[in-house]
Structures are given as structure tokens and as C-alpha cells.
Design a protein around this ligand. Structure first.
Ligand SMILES: [Zn+2]
Length: 559
């Protein structure tokens, strides 16, 4: 799908040409947004069509409720425009403009795409200055995401007629649009790999996808794959205890994105290849900072001031990477603690964390953000077999801690804990964010709207919550008080891998926290409720790629 900014109304035909023959392939559609007070958004750029729009609102009893539509297929306009602008018209309601937010914009974008994809080859959505920058970005990404399809296993694929989207909006939004396109590219890869069935997407498949990316962006990305032999030599026994039940080898895939040295250390100062113009983003961020709660801002400022005044505090190296760690259980049967059969097929999505990380790395390569980021994909298949780990087994993790495995279905934390040890040992991360479809308890707590975030660092938490607000890819801060830690104390080992009935999402985070070294900034995202849609329409959502990209964009600008 092509998307571009435009400053003009749709390309039109003279009446003379229309009389000759109506070529459907040249069909265009002007999409006009109307609020629930029947105001035409972007009215100032639509004056040529005003009479026709107002008549259409009246004769169709159009109310402007969110996602309400009415189409006028006639190729004739009002008297003044008949000759020049014979296009199809689609009115789409947006509801109360003061209540526009990500979820509403997404529904409106889906409505526009569905209403036009089979009818016209291009649409022009008249936005004018109706949407502020973040909403514009979210809307553009939603329009692109609406065109995503995963039908490679269908013997007949549908080809939509619609190929071009024009957004009639301020030229200053060009960078936001480019960024949204980069995010879309990464998010689509996330959805592609997560949608693959478990008999295709094994750990080796994930490694291949990463290596293909490195081949596409050799100047930005380096990929290393560790197999079971290498992991065994490093003492990553918790990771291996998950992989050992499967005939497919577990893989730790390390993706190193070097955006910082490629752009910042550029002698002639030419950063023109970078999509993000830092001066402009800085302006945008400042404007945003003014809108944020002053308490949080001042708290952070106070903490920074305190750090600056203390020479002994270890300040993270500017080139240190932000490390994203993704759970990549390519199929989770539960192992010997086998899952019930209903909806077990959806456990192919249990690599959603890794899928989000690989997609984010691709989006980074597209956006060419000036920042260093490492993605670590912890990939294994969790299967029951004669070689599988038993409940009650005790395993020594990479950092020497002993773990009693009480339930082999709590395996995500086992591949993650050794990977967390690995990245701390080899990368000196500025911050680590792990992302995992980790607990059913998280779905009970937050449903399918917000991902859960746990953190030991108020700056990382602040930045993630800020990115959540800006991207509309929502998260919710969950507690991790020391009092919960007792639930995972084992009577015979250092830790047990489950914490009993209550607070399952919290005790999973507590388990991971036992592998984070003192002073290491870290956050954990549980995306069990947000990585995919269940049931008949089951499909990966591509979350939280938009959240990550917003977070990294802001971090790149602050560095
Ligand atoms: Zn599991």
C-alpha cells in the first residue's frame, strides 16, 4: 500500500474523457470526515465540494457518528465542479472530535479501508489540520495496518483494487508519515512471523528471518545465532530445560542495530538519510513535555540533577545499547504440564515477544534512527517427550541461581532469565526491556486493551508510559513490591518457577527480577492479552511495535 501527503484534491477527468469511457482503474474517491455536530472536518480545503457534501448529509440523514458511512458513487459534482471534479464521495463519521483517541481513529481507518478497497484504486482523505501530530501518525499507521493481510495459505488470494492513499494534510506532517510507514513495515513483519503456524515457525525459522534482515540492511544490522551447544557452554541451563523436550533446536538470536555510530559519527554531518530530523522532533517533544503532569517531569529532573552532581554515579555510556529481549516459544504445548486442548492452536503465538522485537529491529532499519539497539530473541519449542523437563526438576541458571521447576508451562520466564543474564554480561545495556506473552493472569487483570508493564526504574517507566500515550499502543503500570517475592521462594532451591494462585503476572515479573543485577535499569512487558486476537478471527496484532518505536524515537532524540 502506498501512502503519500498531498496538497490537492483527487486527480480528476474532464467530462469529455468521462463520456468516452469510464475506466474503473482510474477511479478515485474523496473521503470526507464529519463530526457528530455535522461539521465538515478540513472544510476550508473542500469548498469546491461543500454544496454536494451538505446535500448528501441532508438527503441521507447522516449523523456523523463514529464509523457511520454514506457513499455517493455518482461521478457528478455540484454545478461549479461538475466539469472539473467528478469523483466518488465517501462521508465517514468521526463522532465527538474531542473524544478522538487511538482506538477510535483505528476503527475509522478500518472503516475507510473496508469501504473503498474493492471499489477505487486511490483515495484522498481530507484531513487539513483536523488531527494533531500524534493522532495523525496513529491514523496513518492504522490506515496502512488495515491493508495488512495474511492469506498465503489460501489457494485463492484476494487482490484489493485500492493501491494508493493520499492524505490531504499539512506538509509539516511529512516526517510523521514517514515514521508511520517505517513502523508499519516492522509491524507487518511481526504479524507475518507470528501468524506462521508452528510447523513452519521453529526457532531456526526465527533465526533465518533475522539473518535475512541483516542481509537486507548490512550497514545497520549484525546477527549472531547461538545454538544449544554454545548455550550449554555458557551455562544457560534454564533456557535449555525448555528446548530439551523438542526435536527442534533452541536458538538465541542476537540482532545488533548500530544506528548511533552510522549517523552521529558522521564527519560531514550529513544525516540526510535519517528520516528523523532531530531539531523538529525536539520541538515536538518540548511541546509534549509541557503537556505532561508536572509532578513526573520535576521528579525526573530532580533525579537527573542529583546524578549530575555525583561524580561517583556510573553514567551509562552514550553508545550503550537499549536491549529488547523477546520470548520466542514457537509453540507452547505446556510440556509435561500439558495445556488443555481448547484453543491450544493459539500457542503458536507464544513467540509474540520475539516477533515484536524482530519487527522493531526492521522498523528501526527503515527509520534509520540514530540509536544503538540490541534485539535478543529467546527461541525454543516447549514439547512433552521422554527428554522433556519434569515438574520438580532443579536447574542451575546462567547466573548460578538454582530454579525448581514446578510447572513446565511456566517456561517463558526460563528462556528469558538466562537471556537476561546473557545480555547483561555482554552488552552493558543502558536499559533492558523484555517482552513476552507470559501469563494468563495478565489477561485476567487487563484483558486485551493494555499490555502490563513492570519496572525497577522510574525513568524507563516514565519513558515507556510517555511512548504509550503518544503511540496509542497502551500499557498499564503493575506493582512489583518485595512482598510478592516470597511467593516464589522454593523450600529446596533458590527460586521456584511459579508463585501459586494469586498475582500470577506479578510473580512472573518477580521471577525475572531475580536475574537483574543491582543498578540495571529494566522493564518487563506482559503482552499475553495484546499480542494476538483470539477465536475465529485469530491473528497477530503486531503490538507492541508502535510502542517500542515511539520509545526508541524519543530515546534517540534525548541521547
Ligand atoms: Zn507456557
Amino acid at each position: 500500500m502506498n501512502i503519500k501527503l498531498t496538497q490537492s484534491l483527487p486527480k480528476t477527468h474532464t467530462q469529455k474523457i468521462l463520456k468516452k469511457e469510464a475506466k474503473s482503474k482510474d477511479a478515485a474517491c474523496l473521503v470526507v470526515l464529519i463530526d457528530d455536530k455535522k461539521n465538515i472536518l478540513a472544510e476550508s480545503v473542500l469548498s469546491d465540494y461543500q454544496t454536494r457534501i451538505e446535500q448528501l448529509i441532508e438527503v441521507s440523514h447522516f449523523n456523523g457518528k463514529a464509523c457511520e458511512t454514506v457513499a455517493d458513487y455518482a461521478l457528478a459534482g455540484d454545478k461549479k465542479t461538475t466539469k472539473e471534479n467528478p469523483v466518488q464521495l465517501l462521508l465517514v463519521g468521526v463522532g465527538n472530535v474531542d473524544k478522538l483517541r487511538h482506538s477510535v481513529l483505528e476503527k475509522i481507518a478500518n472503516t475507510i479501508y473496508k469501504s473503498t478497497q474493492k471499489r477505487v484504486d486511490s483515495i484522498t482523505v481530507a484531513l487539513g489540520d483536523a488531527l494533531e501530530e500524534n493522532h495523525f501518525s496513529q491514523f496513518a499507521l492504522s490506515l496502512l495496518a488495515a491493508s495488512y493481510r495474511f492469506d498465503k495459505y489460501k489457494s485463492e488470494q484476494q487482490t484489493p483494487v485500492l493501491t494508493d492513499i493520499y492524505l490531504l494534510a499539512e506538509p509539516s506532517l511529512e516526517e510523521s508519515l514517514n515514521f508511520a510507514q517505517a513502523v508499519f513495515t516492522g509491524q507487518s513483519l511481526t504479524r507475518d512471523v507470528a501468524n506462521e503456524p508452528g510447523n513452519i515457525c521453529f526457532p531456526a525459522y526465527m533465526a533465518e528471518q533475522a539473518q535475512e534482515l541483516a542481509a537486507t540492511y548490512p550497514d545497520l544490522l549484525k546477527v549472531t545465532v547461538l545454538g544449544e551447544k554454545e548455550m550449554s557452554a555458557l551455562g544457560m541451563n534454564c533456557f535449555l530445560s525448555v528446548a530439551q523436550g523438542s526435536t527442534k533446536e533452541g536458538k538465541l538470536v542476537l540482532m545488533e542495530y548500530r544506528g548511533k555510530s552510522n549517523f552521529s559519527v558522521n564527519a560531514d554531518g550529513d544525516t540526510s538519510k535519517a528520516i528523523i530530523n532531530s531539531a523538529k522532533v525536539a520541538g515536538g517533544l518540548k511541546a509534549l513535555a509541557d503537556k505532561l503532569p508536572s509532578k513526573a517531569t520535576s521528579k525526573k529532573a530532580a533525579k537527573n540533577a542529583k546524578q549530575d552532581s555525583n561524580d561517583d554515579v556510573q553514567v551509562a555510556n552514550d553508545d550503550s545499547p537499549i536491549v529488547l529481549v523477546g520470548k520466542g516459544v514457537t509453540f507452547d504445548s505446556g510440556g509435561i504440564s500439558i495445556k488443555p486442548g481448547a484453543a491450544m492452536d493459539e500457542m503458536k503465538f507464544d513467540m509474540g515477544g520475539s516477533a515484536a522485537v524482530i519487527g522493531t529491529l526492521k522498523a528501526l532499519c527503515e527509520a534509520r534512527l540514530p540509536i544503538n539497539v540490541v534485539g535478543a530473541l529467546a527461541c525454543a519449542e516447549n514439547m512433552p517427550s521422554g527428554e522433556a523437563t519434569r515438574p520438580g526438576d532443579i536447574i542451575i541458571a546462567m547466573n548460578g541461581k538454582s530454579v525448581e521447576i514446578l510447572n513446565t508451562d511456566a517456561e517463558g520466564r526460563l528462556v528469558l532469565c538466562d537471556t537476561l543474564c546473557y545480555v547483561q554480561k555482554y552488552y552493558q545495556p543502558k536499559a533492558i526491556i523484555d517482552v513476552a506473552t507470559l501469563t494468563g493472569a495478565c489477561v485476567v487483570a487487563l484483558g486485551h486493551v493494555r499490555s502490563a508493564v513492570f519496572s525497577n526504574d522510574e525513568d524507563v517507566l516514565f519513558d515507556l508510559e510517555n511512548a504509550s500515550h503518544l503511540s496509542g499502543d497502551l500499557i498499564w503500570h503493575m506493582p512489583m513490591d518485595d512482598e510478592y517475592q516470597a511467593q516464589i521462594d522454593s523450600p529446596i532451591a533458590d527460586i521456584q518457577n511459579i508463585g501459586g494462585k494469586g498475582a500470577g503476572a506479578v510473580t512472573a515479573a518477580c521471577f525475572l527480577s531475580r536475574f537483574i543485577e543491582e543498578g540495571q535499569a529494566w522493564a518487563h512487558l506482559d503482552i499475553a492479552g495484546t499480542a494476538w486476537i483470539s477465536g475465529q478471527d485469530k491473528a497477530a496484532t503486531g503490538r507492541p511495535v508502535p510502542l517500542f518505536m515511539q520509545y526508541l524515537r524519543n530515546s534517540a532524540n534525548m541521547a
